[in-house]
Design a binder for this molecule. Structure first.
Ligand SMILES: Cc1cc2nc3c(=O)[nH]c(=O)nc-3n(C[C@H](O)[C@H](O)[C@H](O)COP(=O)(O)OP(=O)(O)OC[C@H]3O[C@@H](n4cnc5c(N)ncnc54)[C@H](O)[C@@H]3O)c2cc1C
Length: 302
């Protein structure tokens, strides 16, 4: 049963009509050009107060260094609260622990702890022989290093490797029992699916905040490809909204902003108060959506 004390802050925020809480996800840039785009997006979105901004983590040394560099730059140049993603892929426990310790020393207090995917999508995941075996194991390991605030992934349409929804929920519980305090959902476009799943999550006794992951669509075809890989469904109505817009970027952007803003509004009406935006390092749509959600500009930005 849901613990009423954990619901009190949420109920208060609904009653007082408080603005939604937002967080923004970025990926570390590969080129100078991409770096320019990232920083102009971070600068634009820092006009809104956010709960945190997160930076994804990839397999391979160079992308890891880029994540670290981006997090360091966020700390040094902005007032934003960084959340560093960390995965188990291709690394021993020792080297993952070193990365986590270095984040703590930098002042990072939030970690998004993930298993990660095998480098080639077709291959089955296999842990490093001396590595963490899955996200739950990673959460336990890094919680032992320092008292990080740990976020984990969750899946309204279940992870593609889970046998069934029960199995998937059990895995989420293991991550929470290991020390995770928040979960961010995989992207989804069917709110009914999310809300029904959330009911099951709550009924199973999980009471930590679950933050829906919102993907503002700029490129529908690549969104379809990504959804196929991660097992998220694309409703028919969404497909028809993007019909004949492959060559019309301007209209696509307007439609994408409206779709995501409406999704947030519908979820808000159901008592969801925090949203995590997959920005893909672009500010325009997320900026418009935050504006529609009534977020006011933060005059204290650095
Ligand atoms: C919000 C969010 C952010 C992300 N950020 C990144 C990122 O920065 N970098 C990146 O590479 N990827 C990222 N991903 C993708 C993520 O790494 C993949 O979805 C990955 O396949 C699973 O990661 P997980 O942490 O959910 O794994 P886990 O929670 O470990 O679970 C993965 C699957 O394995 C199953 N499982 C777990 N333990 C066992 C076991 N012992 N035996 C059998 N099955 C088991 C689970 O049931 C589940 O089906 C992100 C995903 C989300 C939703």
């Amino acid at each position: 049963m849901t613990n009423l004390n954990t619901l009190k802050p949420i109920i208060n925020r609904v009653i007082t009509g408080e603005k939604p809480g937002v967080s923004f996800e970025f990926f570390p840039p590969k080129t100078k050009e991409m770096e320019k785009t990232l920083w102009s997006s971070i600068d634009r979105l820092s006009n809104f107060s956010s709960n945190f901004v997160s930076v994804t983590y990839g397999a391979g040394g160079s992308t890891r260094e880029r994540t670290h560099k981006t997090i360091k730059k966020i700390i040094e140049n902005t007032d934003l609260t960084p959340a560093a993603h960390l995965t188990c892929v291709g690394a021993s426990k020792l080297s993952v622990d070193e990365v986590a310790s270095s984040y703590w020393d930098l002042g990072v207090r939030k970690i998004v702890a993930l298993r990660g995917d095998p480098p080639e999508q077709s291959k089955k995941y296999a842990p490093h022989p001396e590595g963490y075996i899955n996200a739950a194991d990673l959460v336990k390991g890094i919680k032992g290093i320092a008292d990080f605030d740990i976020f984990v992934a969750c899946y309204p349409e279940m992870h593609t490797e889970s046998k069934n929804f029960e199995d998937d929920l059990d895995n989420l519980k293991k991550k929470i029992d290991s020390g995770a305090s928040h979960a961010i959902s995989q992207l989804f476009f069917d709110d009914e699916i999310f809300l029904r799943w959330l009911e099951k999550v709550r009924a199973s006794g999980i009471s930590i905040p679950i933050i829906p992951g919102i993907m503002p669509i700029t490129n529908f075809l690549s969104t379809v490809r990504f959804c196929k890989l991660c097992g998220a469904s694309i409703p028919g109505w969404l497909k028809s909204l993007f019909n004949n817009l492959d060559e019309d970027q301007e209209t696509r952007k307007l439609v994408g902003a409206v779709v995501a803003a409406e999704q947030c509004r519908r979820l808000q009406a159901e008592g969801i108060l925090d949203f995590h935006f997959y920005t893909l390092n672009r500010a325009d749509l997320t900026y418009a959506i935050c504006h529609i959600l009534g977020l006011t500009q933060n005059s204290n930005k650095k």
